[in-house]
Design a protein around this ligand. Structure first.
Ligand code: 6PG
Length: 254
């Protein structure tokens, strides 16, 4: 399969970035609902996506999206209870689910409170929810991803053993520099997503963004680079500070 080049959308400020990302989210949700009556979305964690979730839960998006057809999953989770302030599920529940009335049956959270066992539990949840046979991977219709200043994405951190995982869908990693355990989808699952939308903001991420998009390929040093081998469409919604080191040819500013 010929891989498509990632699309870099440089936005002049947070409001244009989130508005365009929300429009892209809504367009994808509608297209998949029209095609198959439902859409499987993997949310990402961290702070960057929260304003997007808030915009989706507000007018005009809230009314225009048929939420009942959307099944929510996560690309990663911290090993904390759902009510913990660090919970990726907790952030989305507060900002998105409570305001859009997403039903429990459509929320497939990673049970971070189980610790290491959460990885096995989530793998079973994915097999059941996607009706997977042996050796099959889930194909998310849309996966949201962020990127850290070190080039990590989901909870795949530089030089993590999880970056070489080819069989499991979900792994648990103890992240030394965060002194915490994380649960994350593995590279094959991320690379199979039909659509990936990155949300990257801030000057502190500019060196990693340039290294991922314009430097030599090294997904061990820069895990976000594994999406350069993704099978689907990859769009990067970035603000000007994060894009400040990119070559002009690479990006269009909106
Ligand atoms: C997480 C995320 C992680 C995040 C990046 C960027 O659980 O923290 O999945 O990959 O996207 O760390 O985080 P910020 O958006 O907070 O900068």
């Amino acid at each position: 399969m010929s891989r498509k080049e990632p699309e870099i959308i440089v936005c002049d400020g947070s409001l244009p970035l989130y508005s365009r990302a929300a429009a892209a989210f809504m367009a994808l949700v509608r297209a998949f609902q029209e095609e198959k009556g439902r859409v499987n979305v993997a949310l990402c964690g961290g702070s960057t996506p929260l304003p997007l979730y808030g915009i989706l839960a507000s007018e005009p998006f809230r009314e225009r999206i048929t939420w009942d057809g959307v099944r929510f999953f996560w690309g990663d989770e911290r090993c904390v209870p759902p009510e913990h302030e660090q919970s990726n599920y907790g952030g989305a529940a507060a900002v998105l689910f409570e305001k859009t009335g997403v039903e429990e049956k459509n929320i497939h959270r990673i049970k971070g409170e189980l610790g290491q066992e959460a990885a096995t539990a989530y793998e079973l949840e994915l097999k059941r929810a996607f009706g997977l046979g042996a050796g099959e991977f889930p194909v998310f219709d849309l996966m949201l991803l962020g990127m850290g200043a070190d080039g990590h994405t989901a909870s795949l951190f530089p030089h993590s053993p999880a970056l070489d995982e080819e069989k499991k869908m979900v792994t648990s990693q103890y992240v030394e520099k965060l002194a915490s355990r994380r649960i994350t989808l593995t590279p094959p699952v991320i690379q199979k997503a039909a659509n990936i939308i990155f949300l990257v903001m801030g000057a502190e991420k500019a060196p990693a963004l340039r290294a991922v998009l314009e430097g030599p390929f090294d997904a061990h040093a820069l895990p976000a680079a594994l999406t350069l081998k993704a099978e689907g469409r990859v769009r990067w919604f970035v603000d000007k500070p994060a894009a400040s080191l990119l070559s002009v040819a690479h990006s269009k500013t909106l």
